[in-house]
Design a protein around this ligand. Structure first.
Ligand SMILES: O=C(CO)COP(=O)(O)O
Length: 236
């Protein structure tokens, strides 16, 4: 069975300023960070370049979104080519806030994943149901529908550059891995990292990290605080 390197993403969402970023970088530098964990921070796009200039090279960077074509008349959007041009190698796509607040469809998210992979970015592809969908017992239906939209656009080798981020927990992670095995391939299912994106804190990270199908985290609020170091080190 392939080794899946633990992956912790810090999604800063629409937070931060140069001063706050300096503070985050200071606690990341102080660490120490478990070298067996892949760490990727995602600042707002306007700060990608600034963060790239100051962050240690051992920590990766992600944009929080991008568009599905290289350039053109798409006011307010950024492209994978631009993300790469400032030295950044990852992008988060399909975050629940983009799906539900900004109205991104499964197809749009999948097209963004396709274009980003074609341009050579790594993709943190987010999937997850809303609370009302969960309460209606639709978790698997929604999550598999979203995953299928993405899977339809990813080539066999493309999966090497995808991390799947899902909210609720081990049970669904295990179901997702089974879906990947049956619908993509046993090989991809064994290799792909499925990370947990539901309010991870310094308090709950160690227990979550013990689950066999949880290969890391996508952290929101706690990634802005020194607690993030403990989360990165959850498997230590
Ligand atoms: O959306 C999330 C990660 O992208 C989770 O956010 P919080 O960790 O702030 O709950």
């Amino acid at each position: 069975m392939p080794e899946r390197k633990f992956f912790v993403g810090g999604n800063w969402k629409m937070n931060g300023s140069k001063k706050e970023i300096d503070e985050i970088i200071a606690f990341l530098k102080a660490g120490p960070l478990d070298e067996h964990t892949e760490v990727v921070c995602a600042p707002p796009s306007i700060y990608l370049d600034y963060t790239h200039q100051h962050l240690p090279g051992t920590i990766g960077l992600a944009a929080q979104n991008c568009y599905k074509v290289a350039k053109g008349a798409f006011t307010g959007e950024i492209s994978p080519a631009m993300i790469k041009d400032v030295g950044v190698h990852w992008v988060i796509l399909g975050h629940s806030e983009r799906r539900h607040i900004l109205g991104e469809s499964d197809l749009l998210v999948a097209e963004k994943v396709e274009h980003s992979l074609a341009q050579g970015l790594g993709v943190i592809a987010c999937i997850g149901e809303t609370l009302s969908e969960r309460e209606a017992g639709k978790t698997s239906e929604v999550v598999f529908r979203q995953t299928k939209a993405i899977a339809d656009k990813v080539t066999a080798s493309g999966w090497d550059h995808v991390v799947l981020a899902y909210e609720p927990a081990q049970e669904v992670h295990a179901e997702l891995r089974k879906w990947m095995s049956e619908n993509v391939s046993p090989d991809v299912s064994a290799k792909i990292r499925i990370i947990y994106g539901g309010s991870v804190t310094a308090g709950n990270c160690k227990e979550l990290a013990r689950e066999s199908d949880i290969d890391g985290f996508l952290v929101g609020g706690a990634s802005l605080k020194p607690d993030f170091v403990q989360i990165v080190n959850a498997r230590k």
